[in-house]
Design a protein around this ligand. Structure first.
Ligand code: BTN
Length: 251
């Protein structure tokens, strides 16, 4: 994307929150906010996202897509796919995707994505895609040690954060253009499913008020996770409200 605005802050409460403020002030599609540290980093399901200074990537991207709001959760999958591709290009050949919004190395989380949408009446005003990547973190709090890792720990060398951000945005721009052609995920479905850590595994589907165990089969072109229940019936799980976890551990 030409003439992209990238704003860098040493410290913010949350890059997602900052982008939402900028969006209300009329910021343009494609605006990116990066922070070195967040004091109130947000994770999915109301959790906090630990965001110490000088080590990781915290960034948020503003999009103003013209499409039905129900399609917005697909953008999380596009971003996950783009980041996975950018990391593979860099030599992290084993990177996998945990549907819908985590990236995994060695069975542990290295990246989380939080997509937030603002409506204006029935239409999308804007979408904010927030990305947190454990880039150069060398030690994790004890409760995260078996769940989280970093690019540096896995790759054995420090990552240049600016460069990686630029590479991710370049790949995402291309994938986003392809997404807009049909506003579905047919273009990435097969490649995404090959990187899907959940594929053919038992997962626990955490639907509000309805939790069950099923075998994950892969995503469809709407980005829903197809799962097979014990009785053989199939369900398509929608990314907007649900997450899944492995039944034996994090993945
Ligand atoms: C998750 O896995 O729960 C999603 C984590 C998303 C964290 C990123 S860090 C940059 C952006 N700003 C936030 O407050 N959250 C996202």
């Amino acid at each position: 994307m030409e003439n992209r605005i990238i704003l860098y802050y040493e410290k913010l409460d949350s890059t997602n929150t900052r982008v939402k403020e900028l969006a209300k002030e009329g910021a343009q599609h494609g605006t990116v906010v990066v922070a070195d540290k967040q004091t109130a980093g947000k994770g999915r399901r109301g959790r906090t996202w630990e965001s110490p200074a000088g080590t990781n990537i915290y960034m948020s991207l503003l999009l103003r897509p013209e499409m039905e709001p129900s399609r917005a959760p697909m953008l999380t999958l596009v971003m996950a796919y783009s980041i996975a591709k950018a990391l593979r290009k860099r030599g992290y050949g084993d990177v996998q995707i945990k549907w819908p919004n985590d990236l995994i190395l060695s069975g542990k989380k290295i990246c989380g994505i939080l997509t937030e949408m603002e409506l204006e009446g029935q239409e999308i005003s804007h979408v904010v895609i927030g990305v947190g990547i454990n880039a150069n973190m060398r030690a994790f709090p004890e409760e995260l040690q078996d769940k989280a890792t970093s690019l540096c720990l896995e790759g054995g060398k420090e990552v240049n954060r600016e460069q990686l951000i630029a590479e991710i945005l370049e790949v995402f721009d291309e994938d986003y253009e392809r997404f807009l052609e049909k506003k579905d995920l047919a273009f990435l479905q097969d490649a995404y499913n090959r990187m899907l850590v959940n594929c053919n595994r038992e997962v626990q589907v955490l639907e509000p008020g309805n939790e069950y165990t099923a075998r994950a089969l892969g995503i469809n072109k709407e980005g829903e996770l197809l799962v097979q229940k014990a009785d053989g019936s199939q369900e398509a799980v929608f990314a907007g409200e649900v997450s899944v976890r492995g039944i034996y551990g994090y993945v």
